[in-house]
Structures are given as C-alpha cells and as structure tokens.
Design a protein around this ligand. Structure first.
Ligand code: FAD
Length: 530
C-alpha cells in the first residue's frame, strides 16, 4: 500500500474509532504531530476573512523541515495524490491557506528555533550590492518575533506590513507592503535566500544566483511552487524612535501630488526623506482614529466636521521619521523642512512620538481592543487593489466620492509605490506604470449605530467597484488576489501567466500545493492551458 493510501486509511480509522495503537505520525515517519482532532481541523478551516470554510482531513504540526519534506514526498509519490497547504497565521481573506480534504501544515507553531543573525560579504556575488546584516528565520515565524529577535542585536528588517502577526511565508507569498515600500520595495525585494520544499518533496536552497527560477517564482507566488521553510531577510540598524505625523487634505489632487512628491525622494539621503509614507481616506467622521491605528496627541486638534463641513471626503497623509540618539537633535528640523514642501490644510498637523517597536506594532493594540469588544472575529470582505497613478483621480471620483456613499465600515488606505522597487522576475503582479497606488478597503461586516452594512452589502459594493474599474477602463490589479475562474487568473497575471504556468509544471506538476488559492482547479490540465 502506498504511504498516501495508508495515511488516509489511518486518518479515516482515527476519525471513526478511538482505540488505535498506531499513530498516523508514526506511519508517515514525521517527528511532529499529524492530527485529526476536531479542534485542529476546525482551526485550519478558518481564516481572518471568515468568508469560506474548507476542512482538511488532517493537520500536520511539523517538528522540523524534515517533516515538511516527508509530507510533501508522500503527497507527490502517492498514486492518487492529496493536497497540501501551508498555513502561516491564517490571516487570508478567502480561504487561501485552506486545503479541502487535504493536509494543512501549521507553520507558525514551530517557533523561535531558527532565528540566526549573520552578515553577507559585500563582494561575494552578483547580489553584492545587497551586502549587510541578515536574519535567517523559519518560514512560519511571525514578523513580530522576527522584529523582537533582531532588535536584540540592534537590528531590524527594513520593509514591513502594517500588522506584524502575519507569518514570513504568508507575506512573502504575496508581497508584504507598508509605508516603507516606496523606499525599500516590498518585503519580497528584501530577501536574500530561501529554503523551499517543492511540490515534488525536494528541499531546495534558492536565491538570485542559485535556483533562481524557484526563488523568483516563490516570491509573490501565492504558495504555488513550494513551502518556504527558511527565509534570509535583509536587516538594517534599528532606529530607536519614530516621529509619527498626520496631516489632512480636502483636495484629492493636492493630496496625491504631495504623496507622490514624498515617494520621489527615495534616492535622497535619509535626513531628507520620510521613512514611511501612507495615507487614508476619511469618508466617515471619526475615522481619523480608526481601528487600524488609533492616534493620540494631536499637536493642533482640529474638528474634522469643521473642515469637511459640506460632508465631503477628507484625505489623511501619514508619514514617519525614524531617529535615534545620534539624530535626536536634528529630527525636528528635518521634519519641519519636509512638511514645508507640502500643501495640507493649515493647522491640521497631528504629531506623536514613540519607540520604534510600538510604531511597527501599532495595529496589534487596536486588535486587542476590538477583540475585547468581540468586534475582531467578524467577516472581513476586504478588497485590496493596485491602481495605476494615471487613473487614481478617476478612482477617487467614482469610488471614494461615488460608490462608497458616506459610510465605509472600516479604514480605507491609499498610498503610492515606485514600481522600480519591485523585481519584475518575481510572481507578484503590479500595474504597468512607474507609480501605482495601493487602495485597501479594510471593512468589517458589522452592525454599527443605526445602519447595518451586511456582508452581502459590502461584497456587492466590492463587486460594484471592480465593475466600475472595468467599465471605465482602469487597469487595476488585485493585491492578495481572489478569483475563481481560470480566465480571471490568466487575466490577472497577464504577461506573467505563461511563466507562472511553466513554473507550476516544474515545481508542482501534480497541483498539490495551496489549492485554496483556486488557481488550478481539480479539472485543470496543464496541456490545455497555455
Ligand atoms: P496565510 O493566510 O496562512 O497563508 C496565505 C497564503 O500563503 C496561503 O496560500 C498559504 O498556503 C501560503 N503560505 C503560508 N505560509 C507559507 C509558506 N511558509 N510557504 C509557502 N506558502 C505559504 N498584507 C500586506 O502586504 N501589508 C499589510 O499591511 C497587511 N496588513 C494586514 C493586516 C491584517 C489585520 C490582516 C488580516 C492581513 C494583512 N495583510 C497585509 C495581508 C497578509 O499579508 C496576507 O493575508 C498574508 O497571506 C497573511 O499571512 P499569513 O501568515 O496569515 O498567511
């Protein structure tokens, strides 16, 4: 009997009887635990989005990389095959880490065993320009733990997500973006090397110079080519403190012009640019302090209602400047000099100052607050779009000032990025313009006040936004994409589709991996698809 069949028989027996003496773990030859317990199975069928729920047959809690290799080899070697999905921290929206009737590998449970700091020699290879410190981490490590571990050495990664309770493998499978991306690129542009267990069960070390097809494929690859078990992440000296600034605009063109000006400074010395540039749209009164990051200590408190008296939309530009003991004396002047170049509403400057880790971990505080009120574990029909710069005005009038009405049910982020900070060889997909915006509609299906914005209502509104873009010809790309048909995926990848397919054939020819992404349906055949 092949291993897969044996495994499935044991799983079925475990589900139907109590008295087995042989554990499936022993049969599979893994050190960790292969579980069919209801709590494990239930957990692996849930995610942050709460929109879909597919149960796996079993959940593997690996004890080492060998366990991942063992499971993948069994899945690949078996005659009928079973699907395998890595689950980082389950913070997907649409079941991307689920594996219906397959096995989910809980990556984020194996903690802390890996964190190793090192330094690259500048002259070693073609990636010599990337010389400097790095940290090697387990693929399931959470970014908060990567940060804490690196800070012990006075170092920190340089590109972030807004929220740190996400796994390294989970964000690298997408891109990993935040307000530092204009300067350092997304997280996938800040990785030197990976260990990946492919869909054929092979453990491969890859980088720009070594097995580069796999390296570039996996970065932004939606889990399709292999499971990241180790990532080597670029580090920089950690700043100690952060000056965090928000200013308001009522005019969209002025707001985006200032944002684009700030990101154009990426090549300037650190003293002459901000370290982080984001922004958000304020459609509802009160969202200056939205759940994503409450913000205290306004320097010049303004009444939002007095600025947007006509019920219009406001835009908030958000920036930070990092500093430490050596630059503490100059940070005020540097911030003032940069603010002078901007054209925000006078007297709308909100400023606060906090330790670096508190800034990076800002969303977690909001999470704890929402959790305590029972408002975190609700459906999240989030929509993240990359909008080309040339169409952002039209998007504003059609969506922010049109479709959304005066109620949003959650924060709406908007910030530009420089495309040349993204490596086009990766699997990540961005619009075909030098500058594009992230527009993130981070909404919760909640009952608030007298109005109810149900899941159906918000999902329908998302659809209206996508249809609007299609109708007026705005070539958006979804970030954290979710499609259900082959045609939509082909369209999403555009020029990159044939390469994506080729990589799939090479690294996961049986279509075992990350089926929750719904890119390659069970009926899919490679031959008929190119
Ligand atoms: P999971 O949801 O567990 O997995 C996502 C996909 O990656 C699945 O297909 C899974 O199979 C695959 N995968 C997971 N681990 C591995 C691995 N080791 N190897 C290969 N494939 C793997 N994104 C941003 O870019 N910027 C943000 O600021 C940001 N903020 C967020 C805030 C919140 C509150 C939430 C819920 C999400 C946010 N995201 C953000 C989105 C987030 O980056 C993605 O949803 C990411 O996939 C979540 O990571 P995870 O570890 O939970 O992945």
């Amino acid at each position: 009997m092949d291993t897969e069949l044996l495994l499935m028989v044991v799983i079925c027996l475990l589900i139907s009887t109590d008295g087995l003496t042989l554990e499936p773990t022993e049969l599979l030859g893994v050190e960790g635990r292969l579980s069919v317990e209801a709590t494990d199975v239930e957990m692996a069928s849930l995610d942050f989005g709460g929109l879909s729920r597919d149960k796996p047959l079993a959940v593997l809690h690996p004890a080492s990389v060998n366990d991942v290799v063992e499971l993948m080899s069994s899945a690949y070697g078996s005659a009928r095959g079973f699907t395998v999905s890595a689950r980082g921290h389950g913070h997907s929206i649409n079941g991307q880490a689920q594996a219906a009737n397959g096995v989910v590998i809980e990556m984020s449970r194996l903690k802390g065993s890996w964190l190793r700091i090192g330094e690259l020699a500048h002259s070693s290879s073609s990636s010599s320009s990337k010389g400097g410190f790095y940290v090697d981490v387990w693929g399931g490590e959470l970014w908060i733990d990567v940060l804490r571990g690196s800070l012990e050495y006075g170092l920190a990664p340089r590109s972030w997500t807004d929220y740190l309770y996400l796994s390294v493998g989970g964000t690298l499978s997408n891109a990993g973006i935040s307000g530092q991306a204009f300067n350092h690129g997304p997280q996938i542009s800040n990785v030197y090397e990976l260990d990946v267990v492919t869909g054929k069960g092979e453990l491969v070390t890859c980088s720009e110079d070594k097995n580069s097809e796999l390296f570039h494929g996996v970065l932004g690859g939606l889990g399709q080519f292999g499971i990241i078990t180790r990532a080597r992440i670029a580090l920089e000296p950690a700043p100690q403190r952060v000056r965090w600034i928000r200013v308001l605009y009522s005019n969209f063109s002025t707001f985006t012009r200032d944002q684009e000006y700030l990101i154009s400074l990426h090549g300037e010395p650190a003293s002459q640019k901000f370290d982080y540039v984001e922004g958000f749209v304020i459609v509802d009164e009160g969202l200056i302090n939205n759940w994503r990051s409450s913000f205290f200590s306004p320097r010049n408190p303004v009444k939002i209602s007095s600025i947007a008296a006509n019920g219009g939309v406001l835009y908030c530009l958000e920036m930070t400047k990092n500093y430490d003991n050596t630059t503490a004396t100059t940070v005020d002047q540097e911030v003032e000099a940069l603010l002078k170049k901007l054209d925000f509403i006078p007297a709308s400057v909100f400023m606060t100052d906090l330790p670096y880790i508190d800034f990076l971990d800002r969303v977690h505080k909001a999470e704890l607050k929402l959790k305590s009120k029972g408002l975190w574990d609700v459906p999240h029909p989030w929509l993240n779009l990359f909008v080309p710069k040339s169409a952002i005005e039209e998007f504003d009038s059609g969506v922010f000032k049109g479709i959304l009405g005066n109620k949003t049910s959650g924060p709406i982020l908007i910030y530009p990025m420089n495309k040349d900070k993204w490596d086009d060889r990766s699997s990540a997909v961005t619009p075909d313009e030098d500058i594009f915006y992230l527009v993130a509609l981070l909404r919760s299906a909640l009952v608030s006040g007298e109005e109810t914005q149900t899941l159906e209502y918000l999902s329908h509104q998302n659809q209206m936004i996508l249809s609007f873009c299609e109708k007026v010809g705005i070539k958006v790309k979804q970030y954290l994409p979710h499609y259900t048909t082959q045609e939509e995926w082909k369209d999403h990848f555009g020029d990159k589709w044939s390469k994506f397919l080729k990589r799939k054939m090479e690294f996961d020819p049986k279509g075992i991996l990350a089926t929750g992404q719904q890119i390659f349906q069970p009926s899919f055949t490679f031959a008929s698809s190119s």
